[in-house]
Design a protein around this ligand. Structure first.
Ligand code: BG6
Length: 513
């Protein structure tokens, strides 16, 4: 079923995700593939001189093209304020592809041909002239642009510009089309709080139908994040125990070694709650806690995720600990008096039949001891100790290792060989690295392909985003109460005490200790 020839690397399972019946455009997969490969498609990237375009978007599009997912006729138009010729824009991008692409442009040998269709336009985002120029440019590259062609707009500018760009796209007639499609990808953060996300949703909906809006969370593009669903719903052995009867609690950890680096300008105004909790962490929570959807499509999946968010109990000030790493205030671009939190540990309950009484402990922070993202399912202890006090008390666990060493661990107990009944915990592991020669696709490859195919399953819906903001609202109001922690540590000591007070401790199974 794949469009491309196999050239190594894990194939993107587009055939599963590609159908989006809610848009009603395609009735079968091959029709959709023909559409994507044969029709002219434009991708117009706003904020194209920035890091995301160079490090992620163009390298991913280059890979998709190499693997045969993109038509030779796909046009890419970069738009930004900075003045630049097409030629220097392409040179700037080439470096990014060399450094960041899964497929080296020196061996792919498609760069020359691929880059011929990349052009650049400089302009002020608030000037209607810019949008007239965009329309002219797109129509010049593709005379059918107004009637038949598809166009994906990608907003990769500072979020404050989103309403302006969206308004001008509408007023400039760029979203009107007779037969073609128009979609928009909007980078995070989508709003700063509940009210601003509602305003933004309203502004977006004045120009685009919800079906055409793709709010991106790159975590959903990660192979291992999608694999949470496969693990749960393509196996029979896990789902029966995936509930309050067997699970004691769940831990989701996203720890980063890096500090804010050169992104202090953005991070100072965002902090860990907006940067990581509102989106990535809550997404992992919903995928872990959701009920099996009735079908594998955007509507069914997102409906189930929404139900999890609706079930989250109101967060109180005793449910979390905030922290800031020592030295954060001396980082370039950070206010010396900054109160921005860089760490959070949080306990949430999902009040529904499946999860009643099961705490979910979430934590994330910058400048911690290690880079790891993992979901730990801690099972209850055995109800009766048959083997007396020599038994190791550690209960069973399943750990889903999202990154960097992607895979799963299953922890259980076994008898130590010998005449006595002594047990020891052992670990059964699967790692993606054991799938030899299979490089994991980059998250943006998957998400760009899905947006081009009209599949919004791995993107957040407007109501989902608003719910997420309303859940974290109480934390945003109390962000000032934060503790300090040493760089490259496990986080604030208060976070240890926080979980110990519940009779538990933080666990990591995916990293070497
Ligand atoms: C981004 C955040 O969304 O995710 C960053 O803005 C964070 O602050 C990054 O570092 C983490 O992503 P990943 O894929 O490296 O875990």
């Amino acid at each position: 079923m794949y469009v491309s020839k196999d050239r190594g690397g894990l194939r993107l399972p587009k055939l599963i995700f590609a159908l989006n019946k809610s848009e009603g455009e395609h009735t079968n997969i091959s029709e959709l593939q023909d559409d994507l490969v044969e029709k002219v498609t434009s991708i117009a990237i706003f904020g194209a001189s920035g890091d995301l375009t160079r490090r992620k978007l163009i390298p991913s599009l280059h890979t998709l093209r190499f693997e045969g997912y993109l038509s030779e006729q796909t046009r890419i138009l970069g738009i930004a304020r900075r003045k630049m010729s097409d030629e220097s824009f392409r040179e700037h991008l080439y470096k990014g592809v060399e450094d960041h692409s899964r497929i080296d442009p020196r061996t792919s040998k498609i760069w020359e041909e691929f880059s011929k269709n990349i052009s650049y336009l400089s302009g002020d985002y608030d000037d209607p002239e810019t949008y007239r120029n965009i329309a002219k440019k797109l129509a010049q590259d593709d005379p059918k642009f107004r009637e038949k062609s598809g166009c994906l707009f990608y907003l990769s500018t500072p979020p404050v510009l989103y309403p302006t760009i969206i308004k001008h796209l509408g007023q400039g007639g760029l979203v009107d089309t007779q037969e073609g499609w128009r979609r928009i990808i909007i980078e995070k953060p989508f709003g700063r709080d509940l009210n601003s996300s509602r305003d933004l949703n309203r502004q977006v909906h004045e120009v685009f139908d919800e079906d055409s809006v793709y709010r991106i969370d790159h975590y959903l593009g990660k192979e291992t994040v999608q694999n949470i669903l496969t693990f749960r719903f393509a196996n029979t052995i896990f789902e029966p125990v995936w509930n309050r009867n067997y699970i004691d609690h769940v831990q989701i950890t996203m720890s980063e070694r890096d500090g804010v680096g050169h992104r202090a300008g953005y991070y100072e105004g965002a902090g860990v709650v907006r940067d990581m909790l509102q989106n990535h962490l809550l997404q992992l929570l919903t995928l872990t806690a959701m009920e099996p959807p009735v079908a594998f499509n955007a509507t069914a999946l997102r409906n189930e995720k929404i139900k999890v968010l609706e079930g989250i109990r109101g967060i109180r000030s005793t449910d979390y600990v905030l922290g800031q790493y020592d030295g954060y205030r001396s980082e370039t671009g950070v206010d010396p008096e900054s109160r921005t939190p860089t760490y959070i540990a949080l306990r949430v309950f999902v009040d529904n039949w499946r999860w009643d009484g099961v705490p979910f402990y979430l934590r994330t922070g910058k400048r911690l001891a290690r880079k790891t993202t993992e979901i730990g399912i801690q099972f209850k202890r055995v109800p009766f100790h048959l083997f007396s006090e020599q038994i190791d008390p550690s209960p069973n666990h399943i750990s889903l290792c999202i990154q960097p060493d992607e895979g799963h661990h299953l922890g259980f107990k076994t008898k130590v060989p010998g005449s006595e009944m002594v047990t020891t915990p052992v670990d059964m592991e699967f790692h993606y690295r054991s799938l030899k020669d299979k490089a994991l696709p980059e998250a943006y490859e998957r998400l760009l392909l899905d947006a081009l195919s009209g599949d919004a399953s791995l993107f957040a819906r407007g109501d989902e985003i608003e719910l997420a903001w309303s859940i974290i609202g109480p934390i945003l109001e109390q962000e000032n109460q934060r503790h300090s922690y040493s760089q490259l540590s496990e986080g604030p000591r208060e976070a240890e005490k926080f979980i110990q007070m519940d009779g538990r401790r933080w666990e990591l199974a995916c990293v070497e200790h």
